[in-house]
Design a protein around this ligand. Structure first.
Ligand SMILES: [Zn+2]
Ligand SMILES: [Zn+2]
Length: 194
């Protein structure tokens, strides 16, 4: 039913989102993510498999991985310039100057990474909640894809492009674009149609 609805909608064929896993073995997560990204962004989305975690990015003092290195790895493996590549990992990511990041994106190279580490209730010592976990992964994924398209942080609540620095802020923003961000995104995507 959903697939039929999507194929009837206008999709920007020259942009695809390719999902890659950094050693995250969760086929149903990727299936759901693909479906919801297609629904939210009207972009064709595919899961294209696994690649190793860049262990050289591990900081032994911080016990975290440098997010930028994940983007570099995705970029090296990227075949087509017009694709957006979204990597999903389950290790804790950081950037210098920040305690952690939920994800990171490069608008120039159209690559992004999201970490599931801090999206699980178990990280906060609470009982696991798969639906909540998935909605967080979706929210952070759509947010980072928005950045790859050149969207910046937005202060309209509850736009998915709201900046979030805590899990409460992630839960507060949901996974939908506000009307202004949505029309910006559609304009950006349609630039690539001709
Ligand atoms: Zn952001
Ligand atoms: Zn917005």
């Amino acid at each position: 039913m959903l697939d039929i609805e999507i194929s009837d909608r206008k999709m920007c064929r020259l942009k695809r989102v390719l999902i890659k896993s950094f050693s995250v073995e969760d086929a149903s997560l990727f299936r759901r993510l693909k479906k919801e990204i297609e629904r939210e962004l009207s972009i064709e989305c595919e899961y294209i498999g696994d690649q190793p975690i860049p262990f050289a990015s591990y900081n032994t003092l911080r016990k975290q991985f440098l997010a930028e290195k994940f983007l570099e790895t995705l970029l090296i493996e990227k075949d087509f310039e017009e694709d957006i590549v979204l990597g999903i990992c389950d290790v804790d990511l950081y950037e210098p100057g920040l305690n952690f990041v939920f994800g990171m994106a490069s608008p120039f190279y159209h690559v992004a990474v999201v970490s599931t580490k801090r999206l699980r209730e178990s990280f906060y010592g609470r009982t696991c909640n798969e639906d909540l976990f998935f909605s967080r992964v979706l929210s952070e994924s759509v947010h980072e894809i928005g950045h790859t398209l050149g969207l910046e942080h937005c202060s309209t609540h509850p736009c998915v492009m709201n900046f979030s620095n805590s899990i409460e802020e992630t839960d507060d923003k949901g996974f939908r674009f506000c009307s202004s961000c949505k029309s910006k995104m559609e304009r950006i995507l349609c630039l690539y149609q001709n």
